[in-house]
Structures are given as structure tokens and as C-alpha cells.
Design a protein around this ligand. Structure first.
Ligand code: NAD
Length: 298
């Protein structure tokens, strides 16, 4: 079995590591957050002192970091992965970052004979825990097949194209999710204002055409007013920034997304950067002076 290096053991990285360890893989891990790192060491992973040392002690390196600058820094920076790799190794970046940055990092690694896949995920913390993430992969077919057994421990993987295509697919995913959460909140607020219990509305419509993973996951949070992350609002805004950068470059009109982005920006301005993105409902609640929470109703 290949030795796996894993860098970035936050909300998502931690359960992904646990599933790999439980499947018998030997892991060496690194994170700048010592507390998070120690938790994964308790599962049975070895501690690395830098991305470089992780690369030196593994065959396949997985990164699960917040955004493009973190991936560039960890892979190409001082004491980065690139300083510790040897020919034949593979880097799988599972972070959600800009597709162009994936291509840039892959080009640098190629100079050292190292292959790369971009393999961002969807499904959140619960699916990371159950090993049922949706994994969208960009890269060479041969490299994908080499890594498929490892990816399958974390979820269901689909090769969507060359390097960068996984990240592009993730941008599409984030557009659909953001607009879907807004649609859930907007619709339920109307029902509540019209005097119908939103929880009953949810029960009635979830099996019909309006049903979706977003409705099923986020509406119950809205009824509890519980926005512990999950997927942090600031990370969704980060993804939408990457979307809008790409859409501007390609001259693609995204009128609905632009509005949802501004709603999320408003919430960040109000100090809600760390809440779950289902907290988009707070924007609608404030604007309409009504709460979806089943207690403390206005
Ligand atoms: P997180 O903030 O919980 O974890 C990121 C980890 O990276 C942290 O532990 C942090 O300390 C570490 N880190 C940051 N800079 C580092 C560096 N230079 N060296 C080493 N470690 C460093 O974030 P998360 O929720 O686990 O998300 C990770 C990625 O997965 C993001 O790109 C996010 O958009 C994506 N994602 C998250 C979810 C979700 O529901 N949380 C779902 C799908 C995709």
C-alpha cells in the first residue's frame, strides 16, 4: 500500500484522514494548527514538521487547504512539497481553488517528474465522515486510475477532464448550491409570512420537484437557527470569488449568482464569516423582519 502524506487537517481533512487510516493506509500529516494536527496523530498518523518532510516520507501527497494562496505556498513555497518530492510521486489537491492555479502548480511539479490531480469535493463534513463525498477529478486518465482506490475510500470520484477541470466542475457546483440555498430561504420566508408553518411546507415539498440535497440539509438548520459550520460562509464567498473571476474572464453573464454573492457579502460585513452557508437565511429574515426558527417567532 502507498504511504500517504496529508496536508491540511481541518473540518474536512480530519475525517478524510481517519477513513484512510481505518482502511489500513499509513499517513504522515501536517497542519499549521497544532491542535488539529494532534487530533489526527491520535487516530494513528505520524506527525510531519513541514510540507517538505511530508513529501519526503510519502508516495502520494494529498492537500486539503482553504484556497489558492495556501496551496501555492504549501506546494511551491519555502519548505514546500516541491523541495521534498522525487520523480514518480503524485500530488492530489482536494482543496477548492482557482482552476488556473491548479494548472500552474501542476506545471511546476511536472518539472520534477511529479504528476498532479485536482480533485475538489462536495458533500461537507458529514459526507467526509461517511466516506461518501462527490469527488470531481481533473488530470491524466492513467494517474486517475493509479489513485482511484485511494479516492474511493473518501467518496465517489469522476474524471471530468484535464488538470483544472475538477476545479471548474467545483465552481459549477458552488454556483448551483449558493443559488439553491437562497431559493430555499426565499421560498420558506414567503410561506411563513403567509401564515403557513415552514416545517410543514418542507415536509410537503421535499419529495417533489423542489426537493434537493440543499433543501434537505439546510431547511432543518433554518428551523433550529443553528448555523454551526459545516461549510463556512467565508469559504463559500471565496469559491464565488473564483467563479466571478472566471466568468468575467470568459464573458459569461451570471445575474442571479451576482445577487447571492452580495447577500453573502452583507452577512460577512455583519460579522457572520464563520457560520454555515445555510445562514444565508439570516439575510432574508432581517430583510423581511420574520424568523424561520420554530421558537422566538415574530
Ligand atoms: P478548514 O479551515 O477547516 O481546514 C483547512 C486547514 O488547512 C486548517 O486546519 C488550517 O490550519 C490548514 N492550513 C491553512 N494553511 C496552511 C498551511 N500553510 N500549511 C498547513 N496547513 C494549513 O477548511 P475545510 O472546511 O476543511 O475546507 C478545506 C477545503 O475544502 C476548502 O478549500 C473548502 O472550500 C473545501 N470544502 C469544504 C467543505 C466543508 O463543508 N467544510 C465542503 C467541500 C469543500
Amino acid at each position: 500500500m502507498e504511504k500517504i502524506g496529508f496536508i491540511g487537517v481541518g473540518i474536512m481533512g480530519k475525517p478524510m484522514c481517519k477513513n484512510l487510516i481505518d482502511s489500513g493506509y499509513k499517513l504522515v500529516v501536517y497542519d499549521v494548527n497544532e491542535e488539529a494536527l494532534n487530533e489526527v496523530v491520535e487516530y494513528g498518523a505520524k506527525k510531519g514538521n513541514s510540507p517538505k518532510s511530508v513529501a519526503e516520507n510519502s508516495d502520494i501527497i494529498i492537500t486539503m487547504l482553504p484556497n489558492s494562496p495556501h496551496v501555492k505556498n504549501v506546494v511551491l513555497g519555502e519548505k514546500g512539497v516541491i523541495e521534498g518530492v522525487k520523480e514518480g510521486q503524485i500530488l492530489i489537491d482536494m482543496s477548492s481553488i482557482a482552476p488556473l492555479v491548479s494548472q500552474e502548480v501542476a506545471k511546476e511539479l511536472e518539472k520534477k517528474g511529479v504528476e498532479m490531480l485536482d480533485a475538489p469535493v462536495s458533500g461537507g463534513q458529514e459526507k467526509a465522515q461517511s466516506g461518501t463525498l462527490a469527488i470531481m477529478v481533473g488530470g491524466k486518465d492513467t494517474v486517475f486510475h493509479q489513485c482511484k482506490a485511494i479516492l474511493e475510500i473518501m467518496g465517489k470520484s469522476v474524471l471530468v477532464g484535464d488538470i483544472g477541470a475538477g476545479e471548474t466542475t467545483k465552481l459549477v457546483n458552488q454556483v448551483i448550491v449558493a443559488i439553491n440555498i437562497a431559493a430555499v430561504a426565499e421560498g420558506l420566508i414567503l410561506g411563513k409570512k403567509a401564515g403557513v408553518d415552514p416545517e410543514r411546507i418542507f415536509e410537503a415539498i421535499k419529495g417533489g420537484l423542489a426537493g434537493s440535497q440543499c433543501l434537505t440539509d439546510k431547511a432543518p438548520r433554518m428551523f433550529k437557527g443553528n448555523y454551526d459550520p459545516g461549510f463556512r460562509m467565508k469559504l463559500h464567498v471565496k469559491d464565488l470569488n473564483n467563479v466571478l473571476e472566471t466568468s468575467r474572464e470568459l464573458h459569461v453573464a451570471m445575474p442571479i449568482l451576482a445577487q447571492v454573492m452580495e447577500m453573502m457579502q452583507t452577512l460577512l460585513a455583519e460579522g457572520h464569516a464563520e457560520i454555515d452557508h445555510g445562514g444565508l437565511a439570516l439575510f432574508y429574515e432581517k430583510m423581511n423582519e420574520i424568523s424561520l426558527k420554530h421558537q422566538n417567532d415574530k
